[in-house]
Design a protein around this ligand. Structure first.
Ligand SMILES: [Zn+2]
Length: 410
């Protein structure tokens, strides 16, 4: 709402002043002119197509037109990206923007002693780093701070991605199925975009099933009734099977799944969001901030080869929908593309990795009609990188341009 009012005002000024086209606001984030023509030598549409030499017309928040012949519109702002590759804004299905390193050098917690302003600024910094890395939409799973963060980026008070949030994570095994249904209704009332639950313990604890089949089915069934998707933290095979059979939407992690669970997910249309490296390596590299010792680090180190081998089997599973999610926590925000590189090393094609973070990612969050594709009518979420990431995925680390909803941020 706020954005469209601003765009309308900008458009009115552009019309009244005519020659007022001297790019008055180049500061970051810049107010984009009503019409922008962007040219790049390579365009990836997010669905697997690659175009040489493309011109993209952005009007307000939307992509109006994509052309392979030069477009010149009098009065329009032009952005020349040269040899960079333009692609849809990226979508990360699983992040924790609320996690940061506090003033004591530790992962923030109730014991941090940081003021609310210190916490909010650190979290805003996480969102900025994520947006600058080309991620224009994230799913936070989830913290109570998400409501304010979601509002602040939606209103463009701070630069950051569009945020979907679960507000909290349901993990306690104590509530009855009826109580869990009530919790889901409460989160729906608090405007949660999705529900996050744990059907297993953490990786370090072995990942065995925690919530019962009945509890899982209660959460996922009630959420579905209310039109909410369910993302399930599930590490072990049994916990994944329970979530799939309980009617949940998407499985997170799945580190120890066998081919049986991979096929089961494909059969049920359950979306899979595995992680291969970034989250594990980040914990290993920053053990002190997270309070890990040699014993607690061992399963995290072991997870990288295990998850890599599991992922290699997952991408060969016919019909399995795989999305891109990093589980980015403190000190990993803005490094999301490192997970893309690991996925290619594990055997996925670079183009498939890009699709998983664009059109497939948008479909998984129920926004396939307006996000994740670079084509006319879609939201003007655009990213450019130095090089062609469909040939060399490391190009995804070299972001040179970011636009979200028609506003240029980089
Ligand atoms: Zn997580």
């Amino acid at each position: 709402m706020f954005r469209s009012v601003r765009a309308t005002v900008a458009a009115a000024f552009a019309g009244v002043l005519g020659a007022f086209n001297t790019s008055p606001a180049q500061s970051s984030p810049a107010v984009v002119d009503a019409i922008t023509v962007i040219h790049s030598e390579t365009l990836l549409d997010g669905r697997g197509a690659s175009t040489h030499n493309a011109w993209v017309v952005v009007r307000g928040r939307r992509i109006e037109r994509v052309s392979t012949t030069a477009i010149s519109i009098p009065g329009a702002k032009t952005i020349e990206l040269g040899s960079a590759t333009l692609l849809p804004g990226l979508i990360d299905a699983h992040v924790h923007p609320g996690w940061y390193v506090d003033r004591q050098g530790k992962r923030n917690s109730a014991r941090s002693g940081d003021t609310p302003a210190q916490a909010a600024l650190a979290q805003a910094g996480n969102l900025y780093a994520t947006l600058m890395a080309g991620f224009t939409t994230i799913q936070s799973v989830g913290g109570i701070e998400d409501l304010e963060l979601r509002d602040a980026t939606a209103r463009e008070l701070i630069p950051g991605p569009r945020i979907l949030t679960s507000i909290t994570q349901l993990s306690s095994t104590r509530p009855t199925p009826d109580s869990l249904r009530a919790l889901v209704r409460g989160l729906h009332g608090q405007t949660a975009d999705l529900i996050k639950l744990f059907s297993s313990s953490g990786l370090g604890a072995g990942g065995a099933q925690t919530l019962s089949d009945e509890q899982i089915a209660a959460v996922c069934g009630e959420a579905k009734r209310l039109g909410l998707r369910t993302l399930v933290h599930a590490i072990s095979p049994a916990s994944v099977r329970a979530a799939v059979l309980g009617g949940c939407t998407q499985i997170e992690h799945g580190t120890f799944v066998t081919d049986v669970e991979l096929k089961l997910m494909a059969q049920h249309g359950t979306i899979f969001d595995p992680q291969v490296c970034l989250v594990f390596q980040n914990y290993v590299d920053h053990a002190d901030a997270y309070g890990f010792n040699d014993v607690s680090l061992a399963p995290l180190k072991a997870a990288i080869p295990t998850a890599t081998a599991m992922f290699a089997r997952a991408i060969k599973t016919p019909g399995l929908k795989i999305v891109f999610g990093t589980d980015a926590v403190a000190l990993a925000h803005g490094r999301n593309a490192e997970e893309m590189i690991c996925r290619v090393r594990a055997g996925q094609s670079a183009m498939d990795v890009i699709i998983s973070a664009t059109s497939a990612g948008a479909a998984a969050i129920g926004m396939a009609d307006h996000l994740g594709v670079l084509a006319s009518g879609y939201e003007a979420d655009l990213v450019a990188v130095d090089g062609d990431p469909s040939r060399d995925i490391t190009a995804m680390k070299r972001v040179v341009f970011v636009m979200r909803g028609g506003t240029r941020y980089r």
